[in-house]
Design a protein around this ligand. Structure first.
Ligand code: 13P
Ligand code: SF4
Length: 300
């Protein structure tokens, strides 16, 4: 494994490439990445890099965002089938139809969407900035898509009217209040921190709600030493490694994203050797999708 890591770092240098890893990737990938972060941090890093090649250890919409922001660069997704089922729950056609029904609403697309859907939207958001983005738009009403749980969470912190699409993350939505209550009963002293993709009934039980990197920062700064984690287990494994003196418990065994886990170090090595699979958004779509992403990056 050590040898593979060395080979990947050498290939990254030879290709003038950068390796961006989402917080849900396995620890071996996070350890060799140039940056590990949440969707917002990774989009920002992709917008600033001067590397010629971006290798994305994450899922398809993240690589697409990097391609939209860097049309001249090669963006690699080491497994072309690493998708996000939530992103596939809404199409550009759906957005156009909803726009006709809600002509006064600003359309706020979660970054977990396809490039075609972003191209039909006014501004993007991530779990780290959804409330700020909604507060920034001029309109008094917003339409958030595709995640109803993120929309309902945002609605708690804004006076604007929030419409939403009925999509959800199959991983976070599988957690119920019953799971959380059970784990809380086992570890009554633990703080429960959750991702806004969880159901409202689950967020009601949370001490704090954060994006993935928000959780990592909170745990690093907290005096508390026991945490129940309401997000994908890759982040929990990372926090357990970073803080061996603290204890972490997963809110539900279902918090495992098979798509994120399709990326492996072997596939990263192969993608750097072969310079594929490439994710390239056609320029006509990229041009329209760039504006809402850039608008979001200006907000925070
Ligand atoms: P973050 O932006 O909080 O890292 O979330 C991304 C994601 O896919 C959550 O399921
Ligand atoms: Fe998509 Fe959910 Fe996996 Fe995140 S955890 S990539 S939202 S399926």
């Amino acid at each position: 494994m050590e040898e593979l890591a060395t080979e990947i770092r050498r290939l990254l240098g030879e290709r003038n490439a950068i390796l961006l890893s989402h917080n849900y990737q396995t620890l071996d990938i996070q350890a060799i990445a140039d940056l590990r972060g949440d969707s917002l941090e990774l989009a920002r890093a992709a917008s600033r890099t001067d590397a010629e090649v971006i290798v994305f250890a994450g899922v398809h919409f993240m690589a697409e965002t990097a391609s939209i922001l860097n049309p001249e660069k090669t963006v690699l997704l080491p497994d072309a089938n690493a998708g996000c089922p939530m992103a596939d729950m809404i199409t550009a056609q759906h957005v156009r139809a909803e726009r006709e029904k809600h002509p006064r609403a600003a359309f706020v697309a979660y970054v977990n969407t396809t490039a075609e859907v972003k191209a039909e939207s006014d501004i993007c958001c991530t779990s780290a900035n959804a409330v700020k983005v909604v507060e920034t738009v001029d309109q008094g009403e917003v339409y958030m898509l595709p995640d109803k749980n993120l929309a309902l969470y945002t609605a708690r912190y804004t006076n604007k009217r929030v419409h939403y699409w009925d999509g959800f993350c199959i991983v976070h939505h599988s957690v119920t209040s019953k799971h959380v209550k059970e784990v809380k009963a086992w570890y009554p002293g633990a703080l429960f921190i959750a991702h806004p993709e969880c159901r409202p009934e689950v967020l009601d039980l949370a001490d704090h709600v954060f994006s993935t990197s928000g959780m990592a920062r909170f745990v690093a700064e907290s005096d508390h030493d026991e945490f129940i984690i309401g997000t994908e287990r890759g982040l929990m494994d990372r926090m357990a490694q970073d803080h061996p003196q603290k204890r972490f418990f997963l809110a539900s065994p279902k918090l495992y994203c098979v798509n994120m886990k399709k990326i492996t170090v072997e596939k990263i090595r192969d993608s750097l050797i072969n310079l594929e699979p490439v994710v390239k958004v056609p320029e006509e779509v990229a041009r329209r999708a760039r504006a809402p992403i850039e608008r979001m990056l200006e907000v925070v």
